[in-house]
Write a protein that binds this ligand. Structure first.
Ligand code: SUD
Ligand code: ADP
Length: 285
């Protein structure tokens, strides 16, 4: 018997960078929110080999794919010798700031833990997750979280109401490492008021949440790609309560009271360079 899992994308409602670590990573403080947009992963048992195929958006399904890296890591950590046939249906734009690869890696850890009856605990899966990438622990945990450390220290926050989200993904990707490297820690520009945003979430106030959106990585990515500023402005002019770049970019999102309103606004956006996706914040199951 096989199994199917949905792997959800994320947006960053705030992103603050506190310091640069000797290993090149950065200490961050960010509010992360899962959204409904998702990939789907199907798993079937196999004798020994692990194979990956894909459909939907184009993706390199070679050994560097985070799904195969997650599978190999799980094998190495447990000594498991069984194989698996894995199929990825890709809907989340790639290299977009939406954690598409990270969420696939997290779903692979969960899926193979089940398929291979490994019975690894949440904590054991979390320890493997951070070895695959800074965003993978959040993708494993899901929901609405305050993330610290390099992103692996997670604190659950009040779940956001199912506000509408319009994503605009320009027709290029952004390498996360390059954006962090470009950051001047002495001149970060506006910093998020994380505590105020935690309060806004607790109250479920869209206006307060939209007013507090802030991502210090915008200072790097928007400088490289000024068209992102134009997209942000267009989203607000057409009726979004607020707009921000997600993660290291280049996707920009706008917030609305619900998904229906997001659809109405999206139809007024007119000519925008990029793919427009209408979705909403994911509510807890
Ligand atoms: C910026 C964020 C915000 O959620 O998301 P994305 O834009 O990638 O979606 C994350 O911090 C990205 O997490 P993730 O994409 O998993 O990072 P990794 O693969 O572990 O790291 C890629 C590179 O980014 C840099 N990096 C990443 C995380 C971090 N806290 N500090 C860093 O300096 C490092 O140079 C690292 O080599
Ligand atoms: N399963 C996967 N889905 C998407 N990207 C992947 C995957 N595996 C590896 N990658 C690679 O990971 C990098 C980051 O992609 P992604 O996770 O989509 O973006 P981001 O880190 O900006 O959220 C890309 O260079 C992509 O080629």
């Amino acid at each position: 018997m096989g199994l199917s899992l949905l792997a959800h994308a994320k947006i960053n409602l705030t992103l603050d960078v506190c310091s640069r670590r000797p290993d090149g990573y950065h200490e961050v403080e960010m509010i992360m929110q899962q959204i409904q947009l998702h990939d789907r992963l199907d798993f079937w048992p196999a004798e020994k080999d692990i194979s990956l195929t894909s459909s939907g958006l184009a993706i390199d399904a070679g050994e560097d794919n985070l799904i195969l890296r997650a599978a190999r890591l799980l094998q190495k950590a447990t000594g498991e010798r069984k194989g698996a046939v894995i199929h990825l249906h890709k809907e989340i734009p790639v290299a977009a700031g939406l954690a598409g690869g990270s969420t696939d890696a997290a779903a692979t850890l969960v899926g193979l833990n089940q398929l291979w009856s490994l019975q690894l605990s949440r904590k054991q899966l979390m320890d493997l997750a951070v070895q695959l990438g800074a965003d993978v622990p959040f993708c494993l945990a899901g929901g609405t979280m305050l993330a610290r450390g390099i992103g692996e220290i997670l604190e659950p926050l009040s779940p956001a109401p199912s506000f509408g989200v319009i994503l605009v993904k320009p027709p290029f990707g952004v390498p996360t490492a390059k954006i962090y490297q470009g950051l001047n820690l002495d001149r970060l520009g506006p910093r998020p008021d994380t505590a105020a945003m935690v309060q806004a979430l607790a109250k479920g106030h869209l206006d307060e949440l939209a007013g507090g959106l802030c991502n210090v990585l915008e200072s790097v990515t928007l400088e490289l790609f000024p068209q992102l500023q134009t997209i942000k402005e267009k989203l607000v002019q057409t009726g979004c309560q607020g707009a921000l770049m997600s993660g290291s970019g280049p996707t920009v999102f706008g917030l609305t009271r619900d998904k229906q309103r997001a659809g109405e606004i999206a139809s007024k956006l007119g000519d925008l360079e990029g793919q427009v996706i209408i979705t909403e914040m994911k509510r807890p199951e």
